[in-house]
Design a protein around this ligand. Sequence first.
Ligand SMILES: NC(=O)c1ccc[n+]([C@@H]2O[C@H](COP(=O)([O-])OP(=O)(O)OC[C@H]3O[C@@H](n4cnc5c(N)ncnc54)[C@H](O)[C@@H]3O)[C@@H](O)[C@H]2O)c1
Length: 371
Amino acid sequence: MRVGVPKEIKVHEYRVGLTPEAVREYRSAGHAVIVETGAGAGISASDAAYEAAGARIVASAAEVFAEADMIVKVKEPQPGEWAQLREGQILFTYLHLAPDPAQAAGLVASGVTAIAYETVTDRFGGLPLLAPMSEVAGRLAIEAAAVSLKRPAGGRGMLIGGVPGVPPARIVVIGGGVVGTHAARMAAGLGADVVILDRSLPRLRQLDELFGGRVRTRFSTLDAIETEIFAADVVIGAVLIPGAAAPRLVSRAQLSGMKRGAVLVDVAIDQGGCFETSHATTHADPTYEVDGVIHYCVANMPGAVPLTSSYALNNATLPFGLALASNGLDAIRRDPHLAAGLNVHRGNITNAPVAASLQKPYRSAEEVLAG
Ligand SMILES: NC(=O)c1ccc[n+]([C@@H]2O[C@H](COP(=O)([O-])OP(=O)(O)OC[C@H]3O[C@@H](n4cnc5c(N)ncnc54)[C@H](O)[C@@H]3O)[C@@H](O)[C@H]2O)c1
C-alpha cells in the first residue's frame, strides 16, 4: 500500500502522523511511504531523516492526498483537506466527530473510509490510541493550571504546592480515567490538595489503591461536583463517554459560587467540553475569562509537546496502521477493535454514539463492510 503523511495544518499543531522510525517499520513491511516536505519539522525530523528511513518526499499535501491509498495524520482533517479525500482511500487519524457536524458532512461527502484513533478499542475495554495523548494532556493540564493561577495571567496568584506554612492549591479532577489519573499524579507530585470525582465505583476503588490515600476520591454527583468546585482553586475537566459529546457538568450559574481567579482546564473540550462556558481555544491564545474564572480550553494540548507526543502516539498506532496497510479493509473485518474505530465508510456513519450525537442515521461497520 502507498501510505501518505501530510504536514499538519491545524493552528499550532506540530505533531506528525509517522515518525521516521515508524516509516522504517512500514518500509520493512513492504509499503511505500510518501511524506510532505517539512512534515517532521515540529519534531526536528528533517526530510533527510525521512528519506534515510525510506520515505519519498513530495512538495505538497496535494500530492500526498492524490497518491496515497492511506493517509496517516494526527488531527482531524481541516476543510481544505476533506475535499482531497476520496472513496477507496483510508484516513487514519483523530476525528472527534461527535461535536463537529461540518467535518462529519465533509467526510461523508468524500466517500473516504475514516478510522478515528479515539474510538479504537482494546480487549481490556480501553481506548489504546487515545490513552497516550490523554497521558500527555493530563500531565500538561497541571502545567497549564500552574501558569494560569499566576496573578499576571489573571489567576488567584497562587503557587500550586504552597510553601511550608501556606496551604497548597485545591485541585478538583472531574473524571478519573487516563487524563484524570495523570493530572492527579502531577498535582499530587507538586504538593497540591487533590480530589478526583468519577461515576465509576470500580475506578474510584482503583484510584484509591493507586494513590494510597494521597488523593481523595469522591463519587461524582451534581451535589459533590458543586461542593468541590466552590472550594477549588483549579478544576480539571477530564470526563469521557466514548464517542459521545462530553456531558455538561458545570453550569454558567455555578461560576458565581467559585473563587475569583480560579482556573478551569477543560481537557474534554475536544468532545465539546464539560463546562457550559467552555469554547475551544488554541495554543496561540489558550485562555479567556468568564465571570472572574479563567478558562483554559485548548483542544489539541499534546500539540505543544510534539516530540513527546508524536513518539507516544506512534508507539500506539503502529500495529494498527501496519495491519491496515497490509490488509486494507480486511484488517477492519478481522479485528473488532479496529472496527470500533471505523467512524465513516463510503458515506455512512458507522459509530453509534457518533451518529446519535450528530442525529444522523447509523449503519454498523459489519453491515457496510459486508459488501
Ligand atoms: N484537549 C486535549 O488535547 C485532549 C487530549 C487527550 C484527551 N482529551 C480528552 O480528555 C477526555 C478524557 O479522556 P480519557 O482518556 O481520560 O478518558 P477515560 O475514558 O480514560 O476517562 C474518562 C472518565 O470519565 C468518567 N466519567 C464519565 N462521566 C462522568 C461524570 N459525569 N462525572 C465524573 N466522571 C465521569 C468515566 O467513568 C471515566 O473514568 C476525553 O474527552 C478526551 O478526548 C483531550
